[in-house]
Design a protein. Structure first.
Length: 94
């Protein structure tokens, strides 16, 4: 029995990707006293219902949207857009 063939060698990250990842790791969000609305992709796995936003904001409302992180803004863009529009209309009435 032969060992499995090695997979393709990963390409090195672009300089832009390296800077982006560094910025994301270093970012520390400040507390936010108002209301946050989270559009949460239903296919994303995360044990935190609000994806962690309640750690910086006491008032978080979560709305599920179909698809995964990318699918919510590509394959299901209409449903995500409708949810976003409803949230914005509600915010302008408040």
């Amino acid at each position: 029995m032969r060992p499995p063939e090695p997979g393709p060698t990963p390409r090195p990250a672009s300089p832009l990707a390296v800077h982006y990842e560094r910025a994301v790791r270093r970012y520390i969000p400040a507390p936010y006293p108002d209301h946050i609305v989270v559009l949460r992709s239903v296919e994303e796995e995360d044990r935190r219902p609000d994806l962690g936003w309640s750690s910086i904001c006491p008032r978080v409302t979560v709305h599920p949207v179909p698809g995964g992180h990318v699918g919510a803004i590509t394959r299901y863009v209409r449903a995500t857009g409708e949810r976003l529009r409803a949230c914005l209309e509600e915010a302008t009435r408040a």
